[in-house]
Design a protein around this ligand. Structure first.
Ligand SMILES: C[S@@+](CC[C@H](N)C(=O)[O-])C[C@H]1O[C@@H](n2cnc3c(N)ncnc32)[C@H](O)[C@@H]1O
Length: 390
């Protein structure tokens, strides 16, 4: 049986007027007559078609992600990076029969992953190009298979039989320090730390392009992993000293990266567990990058109190991670569904809205809490708070 999960904050109260309006719309959408009329009408046809396409895509989503997975596993994006190729050439290269491969390639074209080119050849489409420039995307496509295996019976999954492959991938989510120090856990720690270092690039870019570090002297990154953020920050802001805090087996791996980068003089490593140990002092900015969402509310409160205690007056805490859309925003972030289920499969944490994170920061004693706007919120959003001056 899994640990009971925390509930999100309740949806803000809506007016009765809003309810009546939505009920009226619901009746309207259900009308077969209106559906036929809207398709016949050139002004409304586009809206009706868009809705139908959206619903179809929801139904077909599994096939879409399997098309992507097959392209990744066959190495098609790399094969087509330098020049387009015919179906026959790709069939020879991949060993997949030509007719079957053609179905895959045509599907990939409709999904924007590939494109038709001259002479019956296929090349990279607009959604295929990023797979050749960011290896982390293909790694996440492969990693997601753990999640999809866990979700193969979604009702069993929801009824708390969630000790599946994804839970096993993240030992600390279930047993903290003891779990990562258990015999045999070394390989798991190496695997998740490598994946995090690869996939952190997008988030690092969001932070470095949205937040100014000029006012700070020393930054402590809590849950720092192998130190990708810290090493890139060291190059981005050469005036900074940096500290990394993570579980001991993770920081053992980080020390190699730091010394290879020639940054051992500026970056200090502080092994420990934020559940059991205090955080090191000395930094005037503490960062939590993709850390809070892994943990239940009680652990998050503990981490935030420790961060507050470790900062000097005037010090800043910056939280950067995927956040849920606020309950009153129009439903458009399909990324939320992915993160809700990913974190549920992982076992203990949850996707929080920026409002919920702001409330947790306030509760821990932070003031001047604000959201830092960033260009690509799908990778993560940024919330900061300040420790009051006395
Ligand atoms: C999802 S990873 C994020 C790593 C990195 N910040 C990034 O964005 O790639 C969460 C990190 O928190 C660390 N962590 C988990 N539990 C911890 C604990 N109790 N004390 C310290 N670090 C912990 C993990 O080892 C891991 O490196």
């Amino acid at each position: 049986m899994s640990t009971p999960l925390d509930l999100s904050a309740p949806t803000p109260l809506r007016s009765g007027w809003h309810d009546s309006w939505r009920s009226w719309l619901q009746r309207l959408y259900a009308s077969e007559k209106l559906y036929r009329w809207s398709l016949a009408n050139p002004f409304t046809r586009r809206v009706t078609r868009r809705r139908t396409r959206q619903l179809f895509d929801l139904m077909a989503g599994f096939v879409h992600s399997q098309v992507l997975l097959a392209c990744v596993r066959l190495g098609l994006f790399d094969a087509l990076r330098d020049q387009p190729a015919t179906v026959a050439a790709l069939a020879q290269r991949t060993g997949v029969p030509e007719a079957e491969l053609q179905r895959l390639l045509l599907s990939a074209v409709t999904l924007g992953l590939l494109e038709h080119r001259s002479g019956g050849r296929l090349g990279l489409g607009p959604l295929g190009v990023p797979l050749t420039t960011h290896p982390a995307i293909a790694q996440m496509v492969e990693h997601n298979q753990l999640l999809y295996q866990d979700l193969s019976d979604p009702l069993a999954f929801l009824r708390q039989d969630r000790q599946g492959d994804m839970a096993g991938y993240w030992p600390y989510a279930h047993g903290g320090l003891a779990a990562v120090q258990a015999p045999g856990a070394n390989e798991q720690v190496g695997r998740y730390s490598d994946l995090m270092a690869e996939s952190q690039g997008f988030m690092v870019h969001e932070i470095l392009s949205s937040y100014f570090f000029d006012e700070h002297r020393c930054v402590l990154d809590v849950g720092a992993g192998k130190g990708r953020f810290v090493t890139e920050l060291a190059r981005h802001a050469p005036h900074l000293r940096l500290q990394m805090f993570d579980l001991p087996p993770v920081l053992e791996r980080a020390s190699e990266r730091v010394s290879q980068a020639g940054l051992s003089e500026r970056i200090s490593l502080h092994p420990g567990s934020f559940i059991d140990d205090p955080l090191p002092t000395g930094a005037d900015l503490i960062t939590l990058v993709r850390v809070l969402h892994d943990h239940p509310d009680a652990v998050v409160r503990n981490i935030l109190h420790k961060a507050h205690a470790a900062l000097p007056p005037g010090g800043v805490l910056l939280v950067a991670e995927p956040m849920a859309q606020d309950a009153d925003a129009p439903a458009q972030h399909q990324a939320d569904a992915y993160f809700h289920f990913y974190l549920m499969a992982m076992g203990a944490g949850r996707l929080r809205t920026a409002q919920e994170i702001r409330a947790l920061l306030r509760e821990a004693g932070f003031t001047a809490i604000e959201q830092v706007p960033n260009a690509m919120p799908i990778h993560g959003q940024l919330v900061l708070g300040r420790k009051c001056l006395p």
